[in-house]
Design a protein around this ligand. Sequence first.
Ligand SMILES: [Zn+2]
Length: 244
Amino acid sequence: MKIGAAIRRKIVYFAKQKTKKYSKVLVYHDIHDDIKYTNMSTSINQFTRHINIIRDMGFEIVKNITKPENQIQITFDDAFLGTYNNFFIIERLNVPITIFVITSYLNNVYPYINHEQLNILNKSSLVGIGSHTHSHRKLNILSQKNLLFELRKSKQMLEDLLSVKITDLCYPEGKFSKKVIKIATDLGYDKQFSLIPGRYDKKLFKNVQRRSLVQHADDKEFKNILMGGDNILEKWYMFKHYLS
Ligand SMILES: [Zn+2]
């Protein structure tokens, strides 16, 4: 683990707890059993423990948050193969998830989900699909032309493939800017998912959703994050991810 990540983890571990259960969005990257497709993956075991903790604490897991309190939305970035191969665990636990897809990887780029697999997942009522752009470039440093391409192309491809309206966008590496928000909003992305932690109802910018990274959280850290223990990292993430 990098030093920065270790320090952030300690901060969350000992952060003062809030008393209310505010709704929030969580980020994972993949789920694994024996085969791990990315270092960012969470084991089936750990993921199951997280889900049990969420429910034991009295939160409801939903596909889209509609209330300021007591709801959790679960998202998976990048559409790694493990999300497809281990989908049985999502079904067994009966948890709605949103998967953010990098559309240029759909054409059998290992180790990512392909067109066919995505179509299969899309048929499940538990799955929502969003764009993670066409080629996963950092949006806040792209030219206007490339930015438009990344956002338009992936939206179009997913809409053609899945016959659903795509209105969710997830920023690659969490990077965004005022210009990114504006252009994405103009293109119809009503929900844009960042990596800035915090409560669902406390918006930093219109259409921008906060999310908490939990993929490697142990039980205590996970409980603390659910109770807002990572809110304290907001400024650090803004500094790392946002260009004005
Ligand atoms: Zn990503």
